[in-house]
Design a protein around this ligand. Structure first.
Ligand code: PEP
Length: 263
């Protein structure tokens, strides 16, 4: 069965004190309510606060995974401003995002670089959440499935089957990220089914049936329940709503309460 997985992407928000407080509030509530029994949970602070959050999670012996919002594909060298997978591991990180829409469309990353980052992180033993999703004009032009397929095939090129147990996909329609607009649960389910079919053609049906596919894009406590009960939605990647402990926890609770999925 696929255990749901909810990630909180803090983006470039908060400061050191607020990062510690938010991590502590989450770790405490998740342990008290044993939410981690039914849902995997990760938080992705800005790089500079990874150590602060690491210390909070360590002191609480928390099962919440520490994530990084990005990674550079080379192990070391003259890459000013960048951070390698080994450095992230050294700071207690266990999961990284690749291909987030803001890195694709604001920073300008292409499929080839995203694939290198994905492979480097997996090769280093990290978990990866590979983010994909169409822009509004692509959706309007009827290209949603083609865009998702291209981003999946390119992002996962030459990923060995042995690494798939550390891979999660996040389907995040770009027009829904940070806009307050959602895909309907039915539209999201439809996109997830098609993504899983692409994964099946790449890796076989069994492997595809085990890979978790999160939904992302303006998920909140109020809309999480309906999304999380869809049969191919295995949790969520949460931006804005992950900055408030109670809002994020209500999404985690919705994912934890959803019926079991997979075989
Ligand atoms: C995200 O950053 O991945 C995201 C889905 O953001 P938001 O929840 O704010 O739309």
């Amino acid at each position: 069965m696929r255990k749901p997985f909810v990630g909180g992407n803090w983006k470039m928000n908060l400061n050191a004190a607020a990062s510690r407080t938010l991590a502590d509030d989450l770790a405490r509530a998740i342990a008290t309510d044993r939410l981690d029994q039914a849902c995997d949970i990760a938080i992705f602070p800005p790089f500079v606060y990874i150590r602060h959050v690491h210390n909070v999670l360590r002191d609480r012996s928390s099962s919440v995974m520490l994530g990084a919002q990005d990674v550079w594909p080379e192990p070391s060298g003259a890459f000013t401003g960048e951070v390698s997978a080994a450095m992230l591991k050294d700071c207690g990180v266990s999961v990284v995002l690749t291909g987030h829409s803001e890195r694709r469309h604001v920073i300008g990353e292409g499929d080839e670089l995203i694939n290198r980052k994905t492979r480097a992180a997996l090769d280093a033993g990290l978990q990866v959440i590979l983010c994909i999703g169409e822009k509004l004009e692509e959706r309007t032009a009827g290209q949603t499935d083609a865009v998702n397929e291209r981003q999946l095939r390119a992002g996962l090129a030459n990923v060995p089957a042995g690494h798939l147990n550390r891979l999660t996909i996040a389907y995040e329609p770009v027009w829904a990220i940070g806009t307050g607009k959602n895909a309907t649960p039915a539209d999201a389910q439809d996109a997830h089914t098609k993504c899983r079919a692409v994964l099946a053609s790449l890796f076989g049906a069994d492997a595809a049936g085990r890979i978790r596919i999160q939904y992302g894009g303006s998920v909140k406590g109020s809309n999480a329940g309906e999304l999380m009960t869809q049969p191919d939605i295995d949790g969520g990647l949460i931006g804005g709503a992950s900055l408030k402990a109670e809002e994020f926890l209500s999404i985690v609770r919705a994912a934890a309460a959803a019926p079991a999925k997979g075989r």
